[in-house]
Structures are given as C-alpha cells and as structure tokens.
Design a protein around this ligand. Structure first.
Ligand code: ATP
Ligand code: MG
Length: 396
C-alpha cells in the first residue's frame, strides 16, 4: 500500500493574495526538490501539501529527507492513506503502525475530521479506533493524558490518513516569496549561518566570495563552494561569484596606512557586492557581521563599511552570541566545513593595531591614493560564476 507525506504550511496568518502566492511558490519548490527522487504528485489542499509518489520506483527515504529542509513547512509526517471507512482505517493503522503500537507502553488516538460529511465526530472516531487497537494489542495500555505513542487519524476531502507523531519542518517562508539577496560568503562559521537565516525568510540567495590567490589557496575556495552547496539544501540552486581580490589587497597594502587595511578592504567588498547584486537582481546584501566580535565589527567600523552602499545590508547575526551561532551552524550542517583550517583573505594583511573607532573622514583620507573605481572595474572583470546545487553533488 502507498505511503504519502503530508506537510503543514507555516505562517498561516498570511491571507488573500499573499497566501495564494505563498502556496503556489511552495508547490513549485516541492516539485523541484522531489525531482531527483522519482515521480511525485504534489498538490495543496486545506493548508496542507500532499506529496504522493506516482509509482513504486520513487525513492521515499531520499524524498523525505529533502522535505525536512523545505522552507514554508511547519510540520510534516509520513502517512498511509485509506478509504474513509472505519474498517479500512483500522486496517491501515494495523498495517502501518502495528509494530510501533506493539512496542509502546501506552497509546491514544487523536482524530481530526475536516470532511464534515463523515458520519462520526472526531471523538467517536478516536474511541472506535482506540477500542479496536486496545483489543489487538492487549499489552499496550490506553493513556489519553501521557501516551507513549499517539496514532493520528485525519478524515480529509480525498481520503482518510493515518500516521504517527509529526516532525517539525524547516519553518520560515517558501524560497522565492521574499525576493533575492547577495550574501558575502567567507569560509568562516558566521556567513553561511547568515545566508541560511535570510534564506529562511523566503529569500533566494546568491553569493560573492573574495579570493586572494596565492595568499589564499584553492582549498580555501573549494571550502567556500562547499559551504554554499550546504546552504542550498534549504533554498534553491545558487551562483557563487568568485572575485579575485589579490590586486586590491596588494594595492591597499602598498598605499594605505596599516591600521585601516581591514576597513578599506571591507569597503571594497561591500561596493563590489552591491554591483554584483544589482546585476543579478538582488535587493539587499547579507553579511555575517556580529557586533563587537572583531575590530572591524564595532558600530563605528560598521558605519564606515556601510557608507559605500545604498542597498539594505542584512546582518541577521548582529546581536547573537557565538554559541548561538555555532548551534545553528551545527544544526544546518555547515560547522564541520567552516572549521577546516584554511586562510581567509581577511586574515591576510591583518593590521597589528586595527582602528576600532574610525570616522568616515579618516577612512576617506586613508584611501585617497587609490583609484577605487578602476580597481573595482578590474575585479568585476575577473568574476568567475560557479553554479552550486545540493543534489548535483550527489550525482543525481
Ligand atoms: P565569518 O565567520 O562569516 O567569516 P567573521 O566573524 O570571521 O565572519 P569577518 O572576517 O570580519 O567576520 O567578516 C565579516 C563578514 O564579511 C563575513 O561574515 C562575511 O559576510 C564577509 N566576508 C569576510 N571575508 C569575506 C570573503 N573573503 N568573501 C566574502 N565575504 C567575506
Ligand atoms: Mg571571517
């Protein structure tokens, strides 16, 4: 007998046109994410996404794993559909959940009837099915207050569905409903988490990485591409713009006072990121900056860095503690890659005594010898665009 997935939509406060757009985007996203795993019918009814395999060839476990990381879903469960008839429902419970019930110390049945034409109330369904289960599994006690296992019965429009406890979904909003943003992705712990957090709000993410060969190695670049790929597990495919940053860094080293190196470099990063963002239709920049973490992340330093761009700069980690960031990095699976020990271009030419309370006037003065626009134009010519997608790397 078939198994299907039911996924409950998040942010149900959305109404009218927004809700329709939200649902149609989510359906599109789920269809795309199911492609590597076979033929699935994906439809939305009553604020629930149905993911139904169309034949026996579908890879259900692979598809289930993918569903757990789709934004816009608050909870999801694997379930067995059956006819809207008590005998069929009980049979489905036995076939599908019998082993769990046999092992559990106690159980209860919770029913929901959204098809009001069904003759029994929710309570009556629970009592009837619960009674039959108790008879079939005499060692498993009924406990409606603290059951070790809960059987769910849902009577919906098309069929009845039975399942065990649902799992929490990835939350957030469906990828694509919130526009697109350009994330400055380093090889550190923070920026992949920042990309994930903005992606979670329904935003498609593109990335830019500044690469200073030979000061930073090919391994450092591969690490960043791998981090980007890990972020796409939750969102969609993305392009990583790899910008050659060596000339800019050497020019800063040779022409600017050392205490301003990092600030001037970060101003280049922001300006180049904004140019790429505009080319790619992105409406905001995203960074992993975090107040007070390093010298370039004081309020004054951020003001100077932010002054070169007009697009909004989203810094979702700005008020978090490192521990909180690390917890998210671990949860989304980027931590192990982030801690690999390769140099980032920020750590090349680091000033011994960086300026922590700069003013814009001081920084403009410090960078006055540079032909910023010519350097930026050459860096933009060097851009290598690398497409990354979670499933491609698995050879599917
Ligand atoms: P991360 O862990 O993300 O590297 P960090 O705490 O090390 O952050 P910085 O090195 O000061 O902080 O960088 C601040 C932000 O600037 C990063 O979060 C990232 O968004 C951006 N950034 C830094 N280096 C690069 C780079 N080489 N390419 C692209 N963006 C970068
Ligand atoms: Mg860093």
């Amino acid at each position: 007998m078939k198994e299907i997935f039911l996924m409950k939509l998040g942010e149900t406060v959305l109404k009218g046109g927004n809700k329709r757009q939200f649902e149609s985007r989510l359906r599109q996203n789920v269809r795309r994410r199911m492609k590597p795993y076979g033929n699935f019918d994906v439809y939305i009814m009553q604020s629930t996404v149905y993911v139904e395999p169309e034949d026996d060839l579908a890879d259900l476990d692979g598809a289930w794993e993918a569903c757990r990381s789709i934004f816009g879903v608050v909870s999801l469960c694997r379930c067995r559909p059956c006819e809207k008839d008590l005998d069929a429902i009980f049979q489905a419970v036995e076939d599908y959940l019998g082993d769990e019930l046999e092992m559990a110390e106690s159980f209860k049945v919770e029913s929901k009837r959204s098809d009001k034409a069904f003759p029994l109330t929710s309570i009556a369904i629970s009592q009837e099915i619960g009674g039959r289960i108790a008879e079939a599994h005499p060692a498993t006690a009924v406990d409606v207050h603290h059951p070790a296992y809960t059987v769910y019965v849902e009577i919906r429009d098309l069929a009845a569905y039975v399942h065990g406890p649902a799992e929490p979904g990835a939350g957030g909003l469906p990828t694509g409903v919130g526009g697109r943003a350009m994330c400055l992705l380093s090889g550190g712990i923070d920026s992949p988490v920042a990309a994930y957090m903005i992606a979670k709000r329904g935003v498609e993410i593109e990335c830019v990485h500044f690469f200073s060969y030979p000061y930073t190695s090919q391994l450092a670049k591969d690490k960043v591409l791998e981090l980007a790929r890990l972020v796409t597990r939750f969102s969609s495919r993305m392009t990583v713009n790899v910008v050659s940053f060596t000339e800019i860094q050497e020019t800063i080293r040779d022409n600017c006072p050392e205490e301003y190196f990092t600030l001037i470099m970060r101003r280049f990063m922001m300006e180049i990121a904004q140019r790429l963002a505009r080319q790619d239709g992105c409406g905001a920049l995203v960074t992993g900056e975090n107040l007070g973490q390093v010298a370039s992340q004081t309020m004054e330093a951020m003001a100077v860095t932010g002054a070169v761009v007009e697009l909004p700069v989203f810094m979702p980690l700005v008020g978090m503690d490192k521990e909180e960031i690390v917890t998210i990095a671990r949860k989304i699976g980027t931590l192990d890659t982030s801690v690999l020990p390769y140099e980032d271009c920020c750590t090349v030419f680091t000033p011994r005594h960086p300026k922590t309370k700069p003013t814009l006037g001081q920084v403009l003065h410090a960078e006055q010898k540079l032909d910023r626009q010519a350097l930026i134009a050459r860096a933009l010519e060097s851009v290598e665009k690398v497409r990354v997608a979670y499933d491609d790397a698995e050879g599917i």
